[in-house]
Design a protein around this ligand. Structure first.
Ligand code: FAD
Length: 306
């Protein structure tokens, strides 16, 4: 059995693996896709001490760092259930069962997509999901933010300070964000708010985004906006479907953790985008992965399991 079994091989899982292995304990990492979300991005400019890198390069660096230690990496393996016990079991889609004294869950999250033509085609070429990451790429340009909840309105406020013009598009009749955010948004001169609007297509020239079409839900008319960027802000989906009913999840499906990364199950810790931690970012996920590994080690030295 492992001392620490990490499920998920993104920045959180990789950091947890390095920290656990450096304690000299038996460490395993099982990941569907080692690297995680960073494989889907190009420019990363906010991981402190690395001024600029590319997602796939960053993913290789994560893997190299973990491989420098004695860690079992089980890539391309999906965990399908977790069974608590003195030895915790993690069952895999391939029928295998892994056993460990402690488990760190770091299965990350995925952006909720709007599923319209153009979204996938122009991902990273005008279609973006993270204003903290990609906002500066649109300096002086025109963008739309889709989604009028807190994250959409925060993104629009954030982007308005960088870009030339922001159009916020909300499907419902009113914005759903907190009143204080809505007031701030409405005070900005370079923001237009459109409600009752269903985005139907993102257009481009084959390389980059050039416009967006939405349907006015009042009149059923189609309207087109010329722009260079579309930020989709309709929520993050944590990868916790496989854990439902096993441990405490928030109403958004995120794993509830305390300040040490402890979940509601003894010996089970969690880190990164899959948890309730606010602000989903690489540097934050990596820091929390380190923290979860130290907490798992602390649990091991205090528990009677040998
Ligand atoms: P993830 O990176 O999501 O990794 C999750 C891991 O778990 C993966 O290995 C996955 O395969 C695995 N997994 C999932 N389910 C299972 C399962 N059932 N069994 C086994 N393994 C499983 N952040 C920044 O700080 N700067 C940026 O510039 C930036 N740009 C981004 C651009 C894009 C397009 C995207 C999508 C995100 C960006 N982010 C950026 C956010 C950043 O990528 C995440 O915050 C970070 O990757 C979270 O790390 P994580 O380890 O928690 O999860």
């Amino acid at each position: 059995a492992y001392d620490v079994l990490i499920v998920g091989g993104g920045p959180a899982g990789a950091a947890a693996a390095v920290y656990a292995a450096r304690k000299g304990i038996r460490t395993g990492v099982v990941a569907q896709r080692f690297g995680g979300q960073v494989l889907d991005t190009m420019a990363i400019e906010n991981f402190i001490s690395v001024k600029e890198t590319e997602g796939p390069k960053f993913a290789v660096a994560l893997e190299e760092h973990v491989k420098a230690y004695d860690v079992d990496i089980m890539n391309l393996q999906e965990a399908t259930s977790l069974v608590p016990g003195k030895l915790i079991e993690v069952k895999l889609a391939n029928g295998g069962v892994l056993k460990s004294k402690t488990v760190i869950l770091s299965t990350g999250a995925r952006w909720r997509e709007i599923n319209v033509p153009g979204e996938r085609e122009y991902r990273n070429n005008g279609v973006a999901y993270c204003p903290h990451c990609d906002g500066p790429l649109f300096k002086g340009k025109r963008v739309a933010v889709i989604g009028g909840g807190n994250s959409g309105v925060e993104a629009a406020i954030d982007l308005a300070g960088l870009v030339k013009h922001v159009t916020l598009i909300e499907y419902g009749e009113t914005l759903r964000a907190d009143a204080v955010l809505q007031r701030k948004l409405r005070s900005l001169a370079n923001v237009t708010i459109i409600t009752s609007a269903l985005t139907t297509e993102i257009h481009g020239d084959g390389k980059k985004v050039s416009a967006l079409t939405y349907k006015d839900r009042g009149s059923d008319e189609l309207r087109r906006i010329e722009l260079e960027g579309v930020f989709i802000q309709i929520g993050l989906v944590p990868n916790t479907e496989w854990l439902e009913g096993t441990l405490a999840l928030s109403r958004h499906g995120e794993i509830e953790i305390d300040a040490k990364g402890q979940t509601s199950l003894p010996g089970v810790f969690a880190a990164g985008d899959v948890t309730t931690v606010p602000y989903k970012q690489i540097v934050i996920a990596a820091g929390d992965g380190a923290k979860a590994a130290l907490s798992a080690f602390d649990h091991l030295i205090r528990s009677s399991v040998t």
